[in-house]
Design a protein around this ligand. Structure first.
Ligand code: GDP
Ligand code: IMO
Ligand code: MG
Length: 427
């Protein structure tokens, strides 16, 4: 029996899709527990690239049950599009389950996401404008429409009416924008309901039954630790709980069921959207990492900001998530550099800082303290064993382990499923 939670240790886009796909081979069930289609997870199998936003990356194996659990916010149009995209590419999707408690992203959520961002002006968060924040706001305000409501025509009409009255008042009176029309949304969403009804179920129960039967389950995180609503770089965060603890809430399983927490972490750091980023590189090296790592958003196409590996962030992620293993990705992207740097601490106002600071004002003032290590020039993208990596690449990984106290059980050297070095059992 093993339940493994997989999360992102940085600001998202660590390669969770790739590592989920890799670990899914041994699992029976793969479960998305938070976020929505702000996520973009890329999986490459036999040279074929798949981009997923809502459906767990385990879907590429025909025999796995995939679950979109209660903690996810679902844009039904995007989900249907994704189902079609997979079907067109010959992927079996009949084993998908959708939680009846998952909340639905409505057109007013997307509209308000944009209007709220514009109103923030210079203080904008840089959201994906997918309606994520407003949908979670409705959830916590207890106004949300859940999947169970969407597929119940009577409930849906009632809830849409009351929500739309309130939202149209805000849209027109606060933002001076045009009101949305009940009939249009009702018709469109009733069609989505008809397409999705067959998948909607009590997913917490299905997960429990799978675990109790002695099967392996894998919880696929979205976003990353520093985008967590409570523990991330607030307010430059998303509106859900991407940390490991969020998986329990987002799936309806108890913490005692979780055996391991695998954190995906890039061999360097990236960030999309606004907010302080101490190790950000605005020079040629940053541009080189961005180019070689193809650091452009899967969801919005925005260029990802790039910088050196930050061990302060990694240690913080270890604490907040209770990480048992690291899966270090994109080591190959650092190939060809004369030296590589690791941030081991910060200084701010003449003081040394070893713990990730609370508050963006302090984080913005933090200057990294770097350790510099010799780089490696050899192509590592076909290497299968850790021992076969160039010595300097091995030393880099060993140093990351030393600085964080956590083993890099997996090391990825390319986007493909096979470009994955394993140094121990996950389950
Ligand atoms: P996620 O959101 O955490 O799933 O990550 P994304 O899919 O948004 O971004 C990671 C990108 O890096 C994807 O394009 C992956 O195919 C790619 N990738 C993952 N692991 C590696 C690796 O080890 N090396 C290289 N070169 N690319 C990788
Ligand atoms: P995956 O799962 C990277 C960022 C956005 C923005 C902030 C808030 O692919 O790692 P939101 O639309 O969620 O309200 O935006 O969070 N963000 C991500 N950045 N990867 C993601 O997902 C992200 N999901 C949200 O860029 O800064
Ligand atoms: Mg991504």
């Amino acid at each position: 029996m093993a339940a493994v939670v997989l999360i992102g240790a940085q600001w998202g886009d660590e390669g969770k899709g790739k590592i989920t796909d890799f670990l899914a081979e041994k699992a029976n069930m793969i479960i998305r527990t938070s976020g929505g289609n702000n996520a973009g997870h890329t999986v490459v199998v036999n040279g074929k690239e798949f981009k997923l936003h809502l459906i767990p990356s385990g879907i590429l194996y025909p025999d796995k049950t995939c679950v979109i659990a209660n903690g996810v916010v679902i844009d039904p149009a995007v989900l249907i599009q994704e189902l079609n995209y997979l079907k067109e590419r010959g992927v079996e999707t009949s084993k998908l389950l959708i939680s009846s408690n998952a909340h639905v992203i409505m057109p007013y959520h997307c509209l308000l996401d944009g209007l709220e961002e514009n109103a923030r002006g210079d203080g904008k968060i840089g959201t994906t404008k997918r309606g994520i924040g407003p949908a979670y706001m409705d959830k916590t305000a207890r106004n949300g429409i859940r999947m169970i409501d969407l597929v119940d025509p009577e409930e849906f009409a009632l809830k849409l009416r009351s929500n739309l009255d309130q939202k149209n008042a805000i849209i027109t009176k606060v933002y001076g924008a045009e009101a949305l029309k009940f009939e249009e949304i009702h018709k469109e969403y009733s069609e989505y309901a008809d397409k999705l009804r067959e998948y909607v179920t009590d997913s917490s129960l299905a997960i429990d039954q799978t675990i109790k039967a002695g099967n392996k389950v894998l919880f696929e995180g979205a976003q990353g630790t520093l985008l967590d609503l409570d523990h991330g770089t607030y307010p430059y965060v998303t509106s859900s709980s991407p940390i490991a603890g969020g998986a329990c809430i987002g799936a309806g399983v108890g913490p005692t069921q979780i055996d391991r927490v695998v954190a995906v972490i890039k061999a360097y750091t990236t960030r999309v959207g606004e907010g302080p980023f101490p190790t950000e590189l605005s020079d040629e090296t940053g541009a080189r990492i961005q180019k070689n790592g193809f650091e452009f958003g899967t969801t919005t196409g925005r260029a990802r900001r790039c910088g050196w590996f930050d061990a302060v962030i990694a240690r913080y992620a270890v604490r907040i998530n209770g990480i048992s293993d690291f899966a270090v990705t994109k080591l190959d992207v650092l190939t060809g550099l004369d030296t590589v740097k690791i941030c081991i601490g910060y200084t701010t106002q003449g003081q040394r800082v070893d713990e990730f600071p609370q508050g963006q004002k302090t984080l913005k003032q933090c200057v990294p303290i770097y350790e510099e290590m010799p780089g490696w020039q050899e192509d590592i993208t076909k290497i299968e064993k850790f021992e076969d990596l160039p010595r300097n690449a091995r030393n880099y990984i060993l140093r990351l382990e030393e600085l964080t106290g956590v083993k890099a059980t997996i090391v990825a050297v390319g986007p493909g499923r096979e470009q994955t070095i394993v140094r121990g059992e996950i389950y």
